[in-house]
Design a protein around this ligand. Sequence first.
Ligand SMILES: CC/C=C\C/C=C\C/C=C\CCC/C=C/C(=O)SCCNC(=O)CCNC(=O)[C@H](O)C(C)(C)COP(=O)(O)OP(=O)(O)OC[C@H]1O[C@@H](n2cnc3c(N)ncnc32)[C@H](O)[C@@H]1OP(=O)(O)O
Length: 303
Amino acid sequence: MALASGVRFAPRALLRPWALLRGTTLGRTEPAAGGGGDGARRFGSQRVLVEPDAASGVAVMKLRNPPVNALSLELLTELVISLEKLENDKTFRGIILTSDCPRVFCAGLDLTEICGRNPAHCAEYWKAMQELWLRMYLSSLVLVAAINGACPAGGCIIALSCDCRVLADNPKYRIGLNETLLGIIAPFWLKDTYVNTIGHRASEQALQLGSLFPPAEALQVGLVDQVVPEDQVQSTALSEMARWLAVPDHARQLTKNMMRKATADRLLRQRDADTQNFVSFVCRDSIQKSLQAYLEKLRQRKG
Ligand SMILES: CC/C=C\C/C=C\C/C=C\CCC/C=C/C(=O)SCCNC(=O)CCNC(=O)[C@H](O)C(C)(C)COP(=O)(O)OP(=O)(O)OC[C@H]1O[C@@H](n2cnc3c(N)ncnc32)[C@H](O)[C@@H]1OP(=O)(O)O
């Protein structure tokens, strides 16, 4: 998205996300329940519901990939497209990102995308993950995460790439990077994002231990900015948004860029190597075995 200074803020898509979406409903516009004018029209896709409010310049973007909003390739792609659509529409200055699935904000990487898949698929998948993170982390819009459910691993990545996080006060809604407990390792750009948010020592502990923080601890460590009763998450996210939108866009955007560019540039410089690392790592027999065992455990603990 172009800034007033002419600086291009978010990297252009290196993917061709549209190719994935043939036959989906992306881009369809429908009236919101009880809505009338343009400001109340919804758009979105199968897995991302966008409720734009032109009057306030704020859109609510809901993840709806049941049962747990696992980040499938399709969901990643649809998120990038929806974000780009809002960024290109000068009406919008902010997005509230939340979940349409009960009790889960986002379960992280869709493990079925990297279990038993060939290296080419894993590479395509990881590039889509990088793309979403880059776009969100550098977005010129204000992004507020209204975290209304569990938020592990890749879910936490999504939340961390927002400007502000509001978490519902429910002990089951834990947030953090639990990768080590699955036998995998957070990539450097995710580690950098963690350090930028909660500091070096807290990240060192939390990453090694694979900590998932319940709300009070997440607040204490600085992983989220507010913890509120579940029925106040949306309204609090809106109040936070108002606070951020009270700042002139150009000053806030340039400051955001100043704070985040070095972290994003590090990935941009090493994107291919990062993809190769990911693919060779997750395709190892030992890693495949532990991911399969983890998925199996998730499936069995149901009911
Ligand atoms: C040398 C190395 C160099 C470089 C390293 C390079 C790369 C590093 C490699 C990787 C880094 C990746 C970074 C990110 C990682 C991730 O995100 S991994 C995913 C981690 N996610 C989790 O651990 C969460 C797992 N899920 C849960 O804990 C729970 O499901 C929940 C708390 C989110 C919700 O609980 P419930 O509401 O009780 O739901 P269920 O548990 O019953 O689940 C319903 C259904 O969904 C399936 N499922 C859950 N999570 C996932 C998932 N992440 N992917 C795919 N599927 C998932 C679950 O199996 C159930 O399925 P069914 O039984 O209904 O078929």
